[in-house]
Design a protein around this ligand. Structure first.
Ligand code: SF4
Length: 310
C-alpha cells in the first residue's frame, strides 16, 4: 500500500519535490511558526486531525453532536471496515519488523514462514470481534472476503521487498534490513497541541524514505481528504522543525476479487494549509460557543447520527 511504484517514485523525485521547492511555502504557514498568526490556535478547544479534516457532514453537525451534546454513536459499517483494513496493513508491517529483529538475516526463511501464518481472524479477534458481530451476516462476509484479499496482497508485497533487499545486500544486518524492507512508521504518534490539536494524534504512516505523510483510504476520493495529510504535515513541522512538503493519499478499492490502488501524491501547498487552519478555527469556535450548525446540505443514509437529525 505504502510503497510507490517505480513510475510514481520517478514522478515524486522529478516532479513533485522540485515543484514544491520551486513554489515554496509562505513562512507563516510552516508548522514551526505555530506561535504566531495564523497558525497559533485562537480557541482552547483541541481537535483531532480527523475532526478538522472530515467533511462527510458538510455542516459539521456530527462534530457538534459529539463534542457539545456528548452523543456518541458506534461506527457504521464503512467506518468499521476501514478500521479493520487499516489494522491488517499495520499488522503486516509491524510483524515484519518484529520478525526481522527476532530471527535475524540468516533465518529469513523463518521470517517468511511466520508472515505466512498471520490470519485475518488474528486481527479481528484482537480488537473487533464485538463490533463485527453487530453487523449483518452479509456485511461480515464482505469484510472477511476483502480483508483476506488485502492481507494476501500486503503479505506478498512485503515478502517481495524482503527478498529484493536480501539479494542486493550480501552483508546487511538486521537493523538495516528492517529499515530498507519497511521504511515506514505506521500509526505514528504526534503531539498536535502546538496547533490547537490533540496531544495524541496518530498518522496512518510516515514514509521515512520520502519524508512524506501517507494516509490510507478505503472509500471514494473526496477533495477534503488532502486536509488530513496537510494537518499531519503541519504537526510534524511544528514538532521537528523540518519541512514536510508532500502528502500521499492511497485509495484502495476492490473490483472483481482484485485490489486496485490509486495514489494521490500532492504538494502540501499554501492553499491546503490555509484551508486546514480555517477549518480548525471554525470548528473550534462551533464547539466553544456551542453553535448548532443545523443539518448538512445532503445527509448520507449511512451517517451514524441520522436518527438524531431527522
Ligand atoms: S444526519 Fe446529516 S446533519 Fe446529521 S450528522 Fe449526519 S450528515 Fe450531519
Amino acid at each position: 500500500m505504502f510503497f510507490l511504484s517505480s513510475e510514481e517514485q520517478k514522478k515524486l523525485l522529478r516532479y513533485y519535490l522540485p515543484k514544491a521547492r520551486m513554489e515554496g511555502v509562505a513562512e507563516e504557514l510552516r508548522g514551526w511558526n505555530w506561535n504566531q498568526a495564523p497558525l497559533s490556535p485562537v480557541y482552547d478547544t483541541t481537535l483531532g486531525v480527523y475532526e478538522v479534516a472530515g467533511a462527510y457532514c458538510d455542516s459539521a453537525r456530527d462534530l457538534y453532536l459529539r463534542r457539545v451534546e456528548k452523543i456518541y454513536q458506534p461506527p457504521n459499517e464503512a467506518m468499521l471496515r476501514g478500521k479493520i483494513f487499516h489494522a491488517i496493513v499495520a499488522r503486516i508491517i509491524v510483524n515484519t519488523k518484529k520478525l526481522i529483529y527476532l530471527y535475524g538475516v540468516s533465518a529469513h526463511g523463518k521470517i517468511i514462514d511466520e508472515l505466512n501464518k498471520i490470519q485475518l481472524t488474528d486481527v479481528i479477534n484482537e480488537s473487533f470481534q464485538k463490533s463485527i458481530e453487530a453487523l449483518t451476516e452479509k456485511e461480515q462476509e464482505e469484510i472477511r472476503k476483502k480483508g483476506n484479499l488485502l492481507l494476501e496482497f500486503e503479505r506478498d508485497r512485503i515478502k517481495a521487498r524482503l527478498q529484493e533487499t536480501l539479494v542486493k545486500q550480501p552483508y546487511i544486518g538486521e537493523d538495516s534490513l528492517a529499515a530498507l524492507t519497511v521504511p515506514i512508521v505506521v500509526e505514528h504518534k504526534l503531539d498536535g497541541s502546538f496547533l490547537g490539536l490533540s496531544r495524541h494524534l496518530s498518522t496512518d504512516a510516515f514514509h521515512s524514505g520520502e519524508s512524506m505523510i501517507v494516509d490510507l483510504k478505503f472509500g471514494e476520493p473526496r477533495k477534503f481528504h488532502r486536509l488530513t495529510t496537510t494537518g499531519y504535515a503541519l504537526v510534524m513541522e511544528a514538532m521537528y522543525e523540518y519541512p514536510v512538503n508532500v502528502g500521499c493519499l492511497v485509495y484502495v478499492s476492490f473490483v472483481n476479487n482484485r485490489i486496485l490502488i490509486h495514489r494521490d501524491i500532492h504538494i502540501i501547498s499554501d492553499e491546503l494549509r490555509q484551508w486546514f487552519i480555517e477549518s480548525r478555527d471554525e470548528k473550534a469556535r462551533l464547539i466553544e460557543e456551542e453553535i448548532d450548525p443545523g443539518r448538512a446540505s445532503a445527509c448520507s443514509h449511512t451517517c451514524p447520527y441520522k436518527g438524531h437529525c431527522q
